[in-house]
Design a protein around this ligand. Sequence first.
Ligand code: S3P
Length: 429
Amino acid sequence: MEFKRTSALKGEVTVPGDKSISHRAVMFGSVSEGTTEITNFLNGADCLSTIDCFRRLGIEIETMPKQILIHGKGLHGLKKPNHILDVGNSGTTTRLLCGILSGQPFESIVDGDASIRTRPMKRIITPLSQMGAEIASLHGNDCAPLRIRGTHLKSIAYVSPVASAQVKSAILLAGLYADGETSVTEPALSRNHSELMLNYFGADVTTHNTTVTIQPDPVLVGQKVNVPGDISSAAYFIAAALTIPHSEILIKNVGINPTRDGILRVCKAMGADITLENCSYGNGEPTADLLVRYTPNLKATVIGGDLIPTLIDELPMIAILACFADGTTIIKDAQELKVKESNRIDLVARNLSAMGAKVIATDDGLIIEGGYPLHGAAIETKYDHRIAMSFAVAALTADSVTQIDHAECVNISYPDFYHHLASLTGKQN
Ligand code: S3P
């Protein structure tokens, strides 16, 4: 797909529901008693994979244009699937599902696409095996396909080597089926949507510093979940408005949970003109409208440490934003970028270099020297939705045409992305 330089972005946009929260609403609703009603659910391919897996586990799920109804069967009501559970491209589905399957009295097989088959699963195999589940990587490489034989689990106090909400959530979900209290300690706090939503459904989850503890065998009860807009999706419009002269946009109803708002903190450090309006709360999750205005003199910054888990998915976009800042931006402590839907350190560095940016890939991040204008280029996405969206935004500022391969991969998290972008630039595609 081709992209060209555009004039100012103007108007309002409502980004789709948060991906992490949409997955969790389906999963937690499935293992709750009664009906869970989800509004503003993200209809992206990843979340549809979660729905498909839970249907195969015997849960009745009604999908309507404005609402999803999950007819939960309680903690012990899932049935043995008679087919593999296909998670598609979704790491969240894979890892959280494995946590739940570890506590089931049956065997199941979890598999996904070519990218999922390269994502590291040892990080969940290790703790879930310590709890007593039998998990085999069928190709012997610690990746999917995975065969899970569930059992009545033992509780653990796990110290995780990575700050990963997927790992933490997998263990907490297994902890629902354990014989005592289960805890996970992370090196830095990752997104806490599981903790908030499990408590909302009736579980007992507490957090002290970076340790999260869950009590076993609660009665979970179906709830109404209104999913806030996804800040990871808002990131593309934030960056576009900050870098394209004369832009001024309002991004409505964006989730600003402090474990996810790192992009706002980085933008503030860069001197960006962003104002939060209409701040409110729903299901324990804070939201706001974001008024974003073009900011001509962004400053470089250093991004690392505990900040990284709060903006991990936004780093490709932030790296591009850094090209517009005065000075050298350093992104460090972000090794996790290498094991996302693609190796995002490598791909961002290669694509940005192709566009004429001054960028160096390091072992744990990127170093970007701002102030070099971007040129059009051929962008390789490796089917990674966040690479496609980030470079679609970069292309809007470039002085010649940019070609993005497999641009349709945005369907993973934001099927209407190009349409929404075009509506803000006044051009319909
Ligand atoms: C997610 C957690 C993050 C994030 C992913 C969604 C989640 O992954 O990158 O897009 O919903 O828990 P890690 O937990 O692997 O860091």
